[in-house]
Design a binder for this molecule. Sequence first.
Ligand code: ADP
Length: 179
Amino acid sequence: MDKRIVLAQGDITRQDTAAIVNAANSSLLGGGGVDGAIHAAGGPAILAECKQIVARQGRCPVGGAVLTTGGNLKARYVIHTVGPVWRGGRHNEDKLLADAYTNCLALALEHHIRSIAFPSISTGAYRFPIERAAPLALSTVAAFLAERDQLDQVRFVLFGERDFSIYRAAYERLTQEPS
Ligand code: ADP
């Protein structure tokens, strides 16, 4: 596994990476879960920019990503992405989840961001099974990093102990696989 990928347990709003990722919804108007936590901690500047983005380019498609200020957060930027809602697994959910991670990383590179923290996209209210999401998230990021050297660290920040141990097991499994 790429050494630049790091797992941590905790609250993403407290991370000191240059950018943190928000698991948003297409309206970009805020919501519950990690989205609510980021807007609460970051202050109103983030929502104001989200509204400007929606006025300019419309709602954010599933798998897409947009960038705003980090407001009052330690992170300078928030990258808002929209993961897929789980609908049984045959509605392109895997591809859309991978797109969400990849588009966040591509946007980070465009803005010369060298460190980024991700939550576990789609595995809360959107009900994507975390046992399936974890290896997909990790392998998607690893594949992206394998071709680029502009990023120093990609941190996965898992909120709960159970989520953290599922990601850790997936990380170890991918480490054992010959690449
Ligand atoms: P989605 O709608 O994409 O499923 P959620 O916010 O409902 O997004 O959940 C995504 C993941 O974020 C869940 O695993 C949830 O436990 C986690 N989460 C919630 N709050 C935080 C936080 N402050 N920091 C990190 N992860 C969080």
